[in-house]
Write a protein that binds this ligand. Structure first.
Ligand code: NDP
Length: 284
């Protein structure tokens, strides 16, 4: 049985380090990092995410505010709010909670967030910087994955990393971050054939698919490090990852559980980016 990577513990330690840095920044400059969360509509999952993010902000000494627009709010109303937040000196990070209602164009909105406050790292400027190897705001989930590997002293350089999933939020950016850390990276997706032959070559396997227990023990080799990004809600209300934990953990050297693996790191890295943005604002 491989060692379980305790994301909850690492996230807690990371948030404590951030809290110390936030206090130091305030003492030295008077600046308190601020995060604005924008929520459109009443998606219950989004409401929980925003609540958790705000709670984590409060614990780290980061100011946060929430802007709730009704599900019928127009795109121009939302863009006006984004413009005001872009110009608000108390706000260093703007978070647009996705998904947005269908009548609002997500790309339009995300590109109107100031790239200097885009703590999710979704703005094309920040995507470009990240791909070029000089990220301003590394995307939170991918950055959390790298931190987990680092905290557990898992070498990345020279290793074969296989990422299953090519989304803009997880698959592509985590592939880039692993590449910058000198892994040899293969990106797989729904048309990869035969998937199993590729996943079996992995020293580090990242599963970001969105399919419960998709990666099974026969798809990995002995000693693999497995990072499970998936968050899947089963009909019985339980959460499960993209990896068949029971089978795969027998072969893995390290493995992240779901819940308690990658998930908690995402919020921690959001706070980290907000602090970074506040620090960068002192240089402007
Ligand atoms: P997307 O649905 O955007 O992407 C899923 C990817 O998986 C796609 O690239 C898709 O390929 C690929 N895929 C789907 N089916 C297969 C298959 N049969 N074989 C190989 N590849 C396949 O999902 P996200 O990247 O946004 O999220 C992935 C998972 O991670 C979800 O469970 C999500 O909830 C979770 N998540 C967790 C976070 C956290 O904080 N822990 C943060 C963000 C997401 P193709 O491109 O060809 O369609």
């Amino acid at each position: 049985m491989g060692e379980i990577i305790d994301g909850k513990k690492v996230a807690k330690k990371t948030r404590e380090e951030i809290a110390r840095d936030v206090a130091k920044l305030k003492e030295e400059t008077g600046i308190v990092p601020g995060l604005a969360a924008v929520l459109v509509g009443d998606n219950p999952a989004s409401q929980i995410y925003v609540r958790n993010k705000r709670k984590a902000c409060a614990e780290a000494g980061i100011y946060s505010e929430e802007h709730n627009l009704s599900k019928n709010a127009s795109e121009s109303e939302l863009l006006e709010l984004v413009k005001n937040l872009n110009n608000d000196d108390n706000i260093h990070g703007i978070l647009i909670q996705l998904p947005l209602p269908e009548h609002i164009n997500e790309t339009t909105v995300l590109t109107r967030v100031s790239p200097l406050k885009d703590v999710d790292g979704f703005h094309p400027h920040n995507v470009g910087l990240m791909v070029a190897g000089n990220p301003r705001f590394p995307p939170c989930t991918p950055n959390g994955i790298i931190r987990l590997l680092d905290v557990y002293d898992i070498p990345i350089e020279g290793k074969r990393a296989v990422v299953v999933g090519r989304s803009n939020i997880v698959g592509k950016p985590v592939s880039m971050l692993l590449l910058h850390r000198h892994a040899t990276v293969t990106i797989c997706h729904s048309r990869t054939k035969p998937l199993k032959e590729v996943t079996k070559t992995a020293d580090i396997l990242v599963a970001a698919i969105g399919r419960p227990r998709f990666i099974t023990a026969d798809m990995v080799t002995e000693g693999v490090v497995v990072i499970d990004v998936g968050i899947n809600h089963l009909p019985d209300g339980k959460l499960t990852g993209d990896v068949d934990f029971e089978g795969v953990s027998e072969k893995a050297s390290y493995i992240t559980p779901v819940p308690g693996g990658v998930g908690p790191m995402t919020i921690a890295m959001l706070l980290w980016n907000t602090l970074r943005s506040a620090k960068l604002s002192t240089l402007a």
